[in-house]
Design a protein around this ligand. Sequence first.
Ligand code: TXA
Ligand code: MG
Length: 318
Amino acid sequence: MTIQLATPEAIAAAARYLVQGGLVAFPTETVYGLGADATNGLALAAIFSVKGRPTFNPLIIHVPTAELAWRYGVRTAMAEKLAAAFWPGPLTLVLDQQAGRLVEDLATAGLSTIALRVPAHPVALALLRAAGRPIAAPSANRSGRVSPTTAAHVAADLADDVPIILDGGETQVGLESTIVDVSGARAVLLRPGGVTRQAIEAVLGVSLATHPVGDTPMTPTAPGQLASHYAPNAPVRLDADRVRSGEALLAFGAPLAHAGLVLNLSPTGDLLEAASKLFAALRGLDQAQPTSIAVMRIPQHGLGEAINDRLRRAAAPR
Ligand code: TXA
Ligand code: MG
C-alpha cells in the first residue's frame, strides 16, 4: 500500500528512504510535497521526471529550523524578521546561497539564490529532522494538475511512481506558501500564498514590491534572466554531429569520435541520469576553456524537453 499513516515508525522509514535517494510524498500545512534530498542530483531529477515538468524550475528547500535555513541561505535583517514572525509556517524566503554549493544545482535551477521554508506540520518537521538533509519539495501532483491537499489526491496522481505517501490528514493551508525574495535591498513578493502581503508588510514596516510576472506567477525569474545562469563562458553548439578542433564534447549515448575533453551525460542514454548531471557537466567542460562546447543531440521526449530547454538557453546569443 502506498499510503501510510504517518506513525513514528513510518516517518523513520520514510526518512531513511529519502536519504537513500528515494522520493517521499509528505504533508505540510500548505499542500502535500513531493520530497527529495536536495544534495542528491539523481533524486532531484526524479522529481522532475515524476511530475512531468517541462522545465527545471527552482524548487523550495525545506528545513526544520531557521538556524538550518541560514546554513544554506545568507540571512538578511528582513529574513530574520520574517522568520521570527512566520516560521514554522507558509512562507518561503529567497536568499543568496551560502558559498560551497551545499545543494545540487538542480534544486536551485543554477541560480545564485535559494528558496527556503520551515513548514508548520508535525509530520513534515519530524521527517525533516529524521532525514537530516535539506529536502526539496514541490507540490506532489503531476505538472498542470491541482495541488494535493490529501494523501488520496497524491495517490490519485502519483501512486505508480511514489512508493511512500505519508498520510497526515488534510492540509490546513491548502495553497502554497507565500514566496518573498529578501536577498536584495527591497523585499519582493514573488508568489502570493499562505501568508498575506499585509501581514508581511506589517512585520517589515515597508511595502513589498511585486515582481512583474505575466501568466506564470510560479516562475518569478524571467526566461531571459535565467539564460545567463545556465550559460558557460564558452559558446555552446547544439546538435553537433562532429567535433571541431579545440572544442570540448558534451556527449549523450555513444560519443562522437573526439581527441579532446569529453563528458558524457549518460553513456546508456538515460535521460534521468543526464538531467542530474547537466549543470555539473557544463561547468566541468567550461573549466577547460575550450573554444566552444559541442553538444550531441538529446531526444526531446520526457526529461529531454527540459534538458534541451536549458541547453538552448546556454546556446542562445548573448
Ligand atoms: O507550499 C509550498 O511552498 C509547497 C509545499 C510542498 O511546501 N511547495 C511548493 O514548491 O510550492 P515549488 O517547488 O512548487 O515552488 C517552486 C517555486 C518556483 O516556481 C519559484 O516560483 C520559487 O518557488 N522559487 C524557488 N527557488 C527560487 C529562487 N531561487 N528564486 C526565486 N524563486 C524561487
Ligand atoms: Mg505546484
